[in-house]
Write a protein that binds this ligand. Structure first.
Ligand SMILES: [Zn+2]
Length: 322
């Protein structure tokens, strides 16, 4: 055994190094980072950066803070994005359209709240009536990729094509052009920001450099694009996601998730800031979980001076007043 393993070790040492993978713009490629010159690591860091804070001195109508609820309607694309066509797996996402969204809309209607729905182009095409209903009930439909692709795996040409397709599809189905984007899986590439500018969007909600809104810098240049930052802490998926084939499991009890979300809200209230919450209809839409969303909404509505708004409303307000 010993001889065999040492022979295997020699063989592997002699084996030629595998060719470097062909990476697109977003991922590390080539030399290890420790070998980079300063220009390279500094350039990478400065590519997309947080500029001036856009936290307003006062929120709309004198409110103390702002709550922006968002739902990423991934539905079937959470399976399709991996190239999988398993009906068994697709059904997990279909639940989001069939049960999750109607349940969420009913909850929002009951509490008279407006929210933002980030929708991949393919989901909009699969469920056009859902998008029309979301808009008709006063909510925002915004961009969330084409088929929930991994953006940093794309070339700039492909990323542009998919963003334009997604933009046109949402504009046609929702009846108005989207003004904001949440990059799928928050996988913002080195070419995403110029493409956002090309499309003339108002805001992005994919980055994590602050709790409060800020202006995005493109290679150090102020863009006027509003960032409404997100965080995995304020997302249902890391706590409640489930994928049989991977280690993703709902390890956290809904009651514990409620506790974390409430603490994030309380922190934002204390600082007079923004609380952006990201949820997924096929995750939060289940009975045991929609209940914690309702409890959170009741709690937040019970506090004085909370402005509930869509992402587009928040971005417009911050851009105009900050
Ligand atoms: Zn998503």
């Amino acid at each position: 055994m010993r001889r065999r393993s040492s022979a295997a070790a020699v063989a592997s040492k002699r084996a030629p190094a595998p060719p470097a993978p062909l990476h697109a713009t977003g991922n590390g490629a080539g030399d290890p980072a420790w070998a980079w010159e300063e220009r390279r690591w500094r350039g990478a860091v400065n590519k997309v950066r947080a500029g001036r804070s856009l936290k307003p001195a006062r929120w709309k109508n004198g409110a103390r803070m702002c709550v922006a609820l968002s739902f990423d309607s991934d539905h079937e694309t959470s399976t399709l994005r991996e190239g999988s066509t398993s009906p068994g797996r697709l059904a997990q996402g279909e639940y989001g359209a069939r049960v999750g969204v109607p349940r969420i809309l009913e909850l929002l209607r009951r509490h008279d709240l407006r929210a933002s729905f980030f929708v991949p182009g393919v989901v909009a095409a699969l469920h056009p009536d859902e998008q029309r209903r979301v808009v008709a009930e006063g909510h925002e439909v915004a961009m969330h990729g084409w088929i929930h692709e991994g953006t940093s795996e794309l070339t700039e040409v492909v990323e542009r094509d998919l963003m334009r397709r997604a933009f046109d599809t949402l504009a046609k189905i929702a009846g108005r052009p989207p003004v904001g984007v949440r990059v799928p899986s928050w996988d913002f590439s080195a070419t995403t920001l110029p493409l956002i500018r090309e499309l003339g969007l108002l805001y992005d909600s994919s980055l994590m450099a602050d709790d409060e809104p800020y202006e995005l810098l493109d290679d150090g240049v102020a863009t006027g694009i509003v960032e409404l930052p997100v965080e995995w802490i304020k997302d249902d998926a890391p706590y409640l996601g489930m994928n049989r084939a991977t280690a993703i499991r709902p390890y956290t009890a809904p009651s514990a998730v409620l506790e974390i979300f409430r603490a994030e809200f309380e922190g934002a209230l204390a600082e007079g800031g923004l609380f952006v919450l990201t949820m997924h209809p096929h995750i939060i839409g289940h009975r045991s979980r929609i209940a914690i969303l309702e409890e959170l909404i009741r709690y937040m509505k019970g506090m004085p001076g909370v402005w509930f708004a869509t992402h587009a409303e928040v971005a417009r307000y911050c851009k105009a007043t900050a």
